[in-house]
Ligand binder design. Structure first.
Ligand code: UD1
Ligand code: CA
Length: 469
């Protein structure tokens, strides 16, 4: 008989995320766990962190505004456990139990504690994988409202008491329960159904399993997080804003360590992934009040002026974005100059050394190397070749009221000021277009194109004067 070799698989990891609470203090139609930190729902932060552990299961316990939450976060890898009534954290985890694999360990996370780090959770899991109960605790300056960690005279942990059940002496304890724990799943399955609710709040406390473990002589090991922000829970908008600033400062610090120069680390907002510089040289400089959304990549030596918004874009080395510019879903080459007050809209691809100046809007257009549109211009649905100069006030008329049409401007074209290019239209290479021209037919390469206009001068013209009342 062929017996397959028993290969040692990594221990099963199940993650339970509690997200059934109401979050009344947010005073919002948006459920608490969908409120954003760094532009992403708190619950999505927790789920992404959980995924970093490569678990077998991620089970979200939901209740209040459940359908809204499931609609917002519909990823296929999630399992949802409904908690009809919020009878306590112990009851909440119990709802997830049927969905977890009986083997391995379970980690409990919270949808309103968004900044927990993968490394901290890995440390908890490593302890639980040895058969112990691993519990994350922290020393805090103001423990009010939180569960306190009870220890015996030798310092051995023996239980957790909630604020509302604590004696005056217990309330002086500064070591608090963060809520995070990892536990062999078999133990959880045994303990959770035995919890009672004979306490000040009439709730099934998850925290009671710690005393049960002690009673059963199962070792309990406490760990602490690297940063306080990891275990900061959010109940109100002021706490949300405070954690946002803490988180942004952490991001700013990481960028500065990578070599980015920030005019003021307190005035930076990254709502997504901002990657700066290359492996050796960074020298990216970011002035105050810039917002980075989605995936933004700035190559070495990029300079971003004050008050810019960059969303899902790539900026090549040495390019300068001057103040008050908005770049959305676009790619920009090297040594280009964008702004001030430029708007680069989705689908734009600007080559090296392109200059886009003030009050210029570019949409779904390509610009070849060295081409310029320096003032007051709209370029939409257009292919611009190399070394093209587009004069002030030039407009591509890409919309006929029903459909959009493309404009093609070939290499080395010079377009004067106040020109309308009525699409679909092609301007051949090297052509010059005179100021004030309306171009509605294709232009052959080279030569000068302009509309005939007459300039009339009226002698003796009387300027109207205001009638007296
Ligand atoms: C809980 C802990 C406390 C700890 C604190 C940290 C218990 C009994 N107490 O207190 O020791 O210091 O967290 O913030 O665990 N939830 C559900 N279903 C429920 C109850 C809660 O999903 O039935 C979720 C909530 O949405 C929230 C989390 O569990 O995300 C914690 O619940 P919360 O009521 O804030 O716990 P506390 O009583 O503050
Ligand atoms: Ca709470």
């Amino acid at each position: 008989m062929n017996v397959p070799l028993k290969t040692k698989l990594p221990a099963d990891i199940s993650v339970v995320i509690l997200a059934a609470g109401q979050g009344k203090r947010m005073r919002s139609a948006t459920p608490k766990v969908l409120q954003p930190i760094a532009g992403k729902p708190m619950l999505a932060h927790v789920i992404d962190t959980a995924r970093g552990l490569q678990p077998q299961k991620i089970c979200v316990v939901y209740g209040h505004a459940g359908e809204q939450i499931r609609a917002a976060i519909s990823d296929a890898d999630l399992t949802w456990a409904r908690q009809e009534r919020q009878l306590g954290t112990g009851h909440a985890v119990l709802q997830a139990l049927p969905y977890l694999s009986a083997e391995g360990v379970t980690l409990v996370l919270y949808g309103d504690v968004p900044l927990i780090r993968v490394e901290t959770l890995q440390a908890l899991l490593a302890v639980a994988q040895t058969g112990k109960l691993a519990w994350l605790t922290a020393q805090v300056a103001n423990p009010h409202g939180l569960g306190r960690i009870l220890r015996d005279e030798t310092g051995k942990v023996r239980g957790i008491v909630e604020e509302k059940d604590a004696t005056a002496t217990e309330k002086t304890i500064a070591e608090i329960n963060t809520g995070f724990l990892a536990c062999p799943t078999a133990l959880l399955s045994r303990w959770l159904p035995t919890l009672g609710n004979n306490n000040a709040q009439g709730e099934y406390y998850l925290t009671d399993i710690l005393a049960i473990a002690v009673k059963e002589n199962i070792s309990v090991e406490t760990l602490s997080p690297t940063n306080k922000s990891e275990v900061t829970g959010i109940n109100s908008k002021d706490q949300l804003a405070a954690l946002e600033r803490t988180h942004q400062l952490e991001i700013a610090t990481r960028l500065m360590i990578a070599g980015v120069t920030l005019a003021d680390p307190a005035r930076l907002d990254v709502r997504g992934e901002l990657v700066c510089g290359d492996a050796n040289i960074n020298d990216v400089v970011i002035d105050v009040n810039c917002v980075f959304e989605g995936n933004v990549t700035l190559a070495a030596n990029v300079k971003i002026g004050a008050n810019c918004i960059l969303r899902n874009c790539t900026i090549g080395a040495g390019t300068e974005v001057l103040p008050f510019s908005f770049i959305d879903d676009a790619s920009i080459g090297e040594n280009a100059r964008i702004g001030p007050y430029a708007r680069i809209r989705p689908g734009s691809v600007l080559g090296d050394e392109v200059h886009i100046g003030n009050f210029v809007e570019v949409k779904a257009s390509e610009f070849g190397r060295g081409s310029k549109a320096n003032h007051l211009t709209y370029v939409g649905d257009t292919s611009v070749g190399k070394n093209v100069n587009i004069g002030a006030g030039t407009i591509t008329c890409n919309y006929d009221g029903a459909n959009k049409h493309r404009t093609v401007i070939e290499d080395n074209v010079h377009i004067g000021s106040d020109v309308q290019l009525v699409a679909p239209v092609t301007i051949g290479a090297g052509a010059d277009i005179g100021a004030g021209t309306t171009v509605w037919k294709d232009v052959a390469p080279g030569g000068l194109t302009f509309n005939e206009k007459t300039q009339i001068h009226k002698i003796g013209w009387k300027r109207p004067v205001k009638r007296s009342k």
